[in-house]
Write a protein that binds this ligand. Structure first.
Ligand SMILES: Nc1nc2c(ncn2[C@@H]2O[C@H](COP(=O)(O)OP(=O)(O)O)[C@@H](O)[C@H]2O)c(=O)[nH]1
Ligand SMILES: [Mg+2]
Length: 259
């Protein structure tokens, strides 16, 4: 089995962050997976020149790759394109992280370790002991935590943080998800992938992380994207079930917990 770890970084107008995040993540993964990691930037034609910076980084480092897509299409489709590319190129692990330093690149090592130690999917979680959010006011905390509680309740899951986007998948989990039938874009995308992994019988663990607001650039999330989660979550549970792409997973070999 491949032990290559691929980090997918979706970008839309991250010119102020992309070089620093690639270098910080490269340093962490260079220690956690020496000689066996790649960073794949998936840029949706950012008008601020992020794609050109990404190309330069790829010419400087053989572990940086870039996927250029023509238009802004949402974080879900960008990740699916990145995952497909990573699988096609032999990834053993695929990781998600925002490109704006809201997620601490240092935590990549703990997410990867959780999967190496027996989890199939490790979630960076704000809502388990040791996790949290800095910078957010009461309203934003309530909305985020309320969103996770709502999704957990509707879907009957035990996962505490369902909307986060800091994750590490074992290859087999992504192979078992039928990408063409994934429809959600923003927070719902994160819920949908985790729900599908649990439904397919994979072992999900939560690893505590602290989320901070970005310092540079602007958020692309909107009320429309948050609202998507509210109507899509019940459809995930009660709508027509998507096909599984492959046979059920083999049991994990090791049962240590990361959270
Ligand atoms: N490729 C791509 N990346 C996106 C898109 N929307 C957001 N992103 C990236 O996804 C990550 C999270 O988005 P962000 O706007 O920070 O959302 P927030 O953290 O919820 O406010 C960042 O790295 C964004 O650049 C998109 O449509 N396409
Ligand atoms: Mg952000």
């Amino acid at each position: 089995m491949s032990n290559e770890a691929w980090l997918i970084l979706p970008t839309y107008n991250e010119a102020e962050n992309i070089e620093a995040i690639v270098s910080a993540a490269g340093e962490v993964l260079g220690r956690a997976a020496p000689g066996a990691f790649r960073i794949l930037i998936v840029d949706d034609g950012s008008p601020d020149g992020t794609g050109e910076i990404a190309d330069r980084l790829a010419s400087e480092h053989d572990w940086v790759r870039v996927l250029h897509r023509t238009s802004k299409d949402g974080i879900g489709p960008a990740y699916l394109a990145g995952f497909q590319h990573a699988l096609d190129h032999g990834a053993g692990y695929a990781m998600e992280m925002d490109s704006d330093f809201s997620h601490d690149p240092a935590d990549l090592a703990r997410l990867l370790d959780a999967v190496r130690n027996g989890a199939d999917l490790a979630l960076g979680s704000r809502y388990v002991p040791g996790g949290g959010v800095t910078d957010w006011g009461l309203l934003r905390r309530l909305i985020s935590q309320g969103g996770s509680t709502y999704a957990r309740w509707v879907l009957g899951l035990h996962v505490k943080d369902l909307t986060g986007g800091f994750k590490c998948f074992r290859r087999e989990v992504l192979e078992a998800i039928h990408f063409e039938s994934v429809r959600s874009q923003g927070y719902a995308f994160q819920v949908e992938l985790t729900y599908r992994a649990v439904r397919a019988g994979f072992r999900v663990v939560e690893v505590p992380i602290v989320f901070r607001d970005r310092e540079k650039g602007t958020s692309k999330m909107s009320w429309r994207i948050a609202a998507e989660a509210f109507w899509l979550v019940p459809l995930l549970r009660f709508g027509r079930q998507p096909p599984l792409s492959s046979s059920p997973p083999e049991p994990a070999t090791n049962s240590s917990r990361a959270a």
